[in-house]
Design a protein around this ligand. Structure first.
Ligand SMILES: *Cc1c(COP(=O)(O)O)cnc(C)c1O
Length: 376
């Protein structure tokens, strides 16, 4: 936790839970990405955390933005980014939203199918499109596999169709899965991408851009490699597959940009047992799957939970949220070790929660409000 967050929490009281994001960490992360991949433009994935202060800061630092909807495009424009710095990166868009984005000045769109190309050709003529290819997300803690992308073979024909319809067949994209702890995970997709570039070149279409997606991890319980290691490994793989004809590259970090910048302060509401013999305590917090911690789904993301008693004896606990839905259990299959001295009413700190928390909170399930957020 940064000193600024520590001081903010000490200075203010709140009937939480609340997320506090330190902009200095976001700034450091942006600069680290820019340094680790010096020839690559950064498109921040807005969905990770669209707080206006974060978008303002990144716009000032020169970042570009990956938006998934017209609302995200408008938020990004409001932060001062010009439309030529925005990519409409969702492969699933209503035709009228494509038209709105086009009217707002956006000229860069993701596709992974003929039908999406046709929509763009109709309402955003002349725009640049990049085709997303499938990537299995192997090794990622939050894989994004089947839903997005098409096979490299299909990408060739999708981009050929775009070219024929008067669009600019601009490039390819892929996403190696979110929270990807292995820098070598980019290798396979880069190899497949190079083959698509080659095949299209033989058909007279020169692609010029390669979108390396997100996937850069943030630290939860286990250490992860730093962005420098990602930069070096990805650059080596680019050299290997594209030789001295490396295309323009972009990255779309979300989690890696804001994850470690945020901390949630939450409170223990209840500690109980299911029977007198059951060794496991149930620890119910005032935050759960419906008001900020959706990524604990299937126990995929395991957040560090810090308490004031972490030097004490620990014992296994089931950790659950406050709502009346029985899926609102965060960690049960693999119980979470928490101090035996933890008491009802104690505050806990949940680290690495700057990404995918506020945006994943429900509007008011059971009357619990969306997660409060303070950006400092
Ligand atoms: C969600 C998303 C990202 C961000 O992914 P992270 O793993 O958070 O970095 C980037 N690009 C696209 C297209 C996405 O959908």
């Amino acid at each position: 936790m940064t000193d600024r967050i520590k001081q903010f929490l000490a200075r203010t009281r709140d009937d939480g839970p609340r997320l506090v994001v330190d902009l200095e960490v976001v700034r450091d992360n942006y600069l680290a990405f820019a340094k680790a991949l010096p020839d690559t433009r950064v498109f921040y994935a807005v969905k990770a955390n669209p707080a206006p202060e974060i978008l303002d800061l990144l716009a000032r630092l020169g970042s570009c933005f990956d938006a998934a909807s017209v609302a995200e495009i408008e938020q990004t424009l409001a932060a001062g980014a010009s439309p030529d710095r925005i990519s409409y990166g969702n492969t699933i868009k209503k035709e009228r939203d494509i038209a709105r984005a086009h009217a707002l000045g956006v000229r860069l769109f993701a596709v992974d199918s003929d039908a999406e190309v046709d929509k763009i050709a109709r309402v955003a003529p002349g725009s640049k499109v990049f085709c997303r290819i499938l990537c299995d997300g192997a090794g990622a803690e939050w894989p994004l596999s089947r839903k997005f992308g098409c096979t490299p073979e299909l990408a060739v024909s999708v981009l050929e169709r775009a070219h024929r319809l008067g669009l600019v067949a601009h490039g390819l994209s892929f996403h190696v899965g979110s929270q990807q702890p292995n820098p070598r995970a980019w290798e396979g997709a880069l190899k497949a991408s190079a083959a698509v570039f080659k095949e299209l070149a033989e058909r007279g279409i020169q692609l010029s851009m390669l979108n390396l997606g997100g996937g850069f991890p943030t630290r939860y319980l286990k250490p992860v490699p730093g962005v420098r290691a990602y930069g070096q490994t990805i650059f080596r793989a680019l050299r290997k597959h594209f030789g001295n004809r490396i295309p323009e590259t972009i990255i779309e970090p979300g989690r890696g940009m804001v994850g470690n910048a945020g901390i949630i302060e939450a409170e223990v509401v209840l500690i109980s047992r299911k029977s007198e013999e059951d060794p496991r305590r149930w620890v119910y917090l005032d935050i759960g799957k419906f008001n900020g911690l959706a990524e604990t789904m299937d126990e995929m993301i395991r957040y560090p939970i810090r308490t004031d008693y972490d030097d004490d004896v620990m014992s296994p606990c089931v950790v659950a949220g406050p709502t009346c839905d029985s899926v609102d259990v965060l960690y049960e299959k693999e119980p979470y070790m928490l101090p035996v001295s933890l008491e009802i009413g104690a505050k806990v700190l949940i680290e690495g929660t700057g990404a995918y928390t506020t945006t994943y909170a429900s509007v008011g399930f059971n009357g619990f409000p969306p997660l409060k957020s303070y950006v400092i």
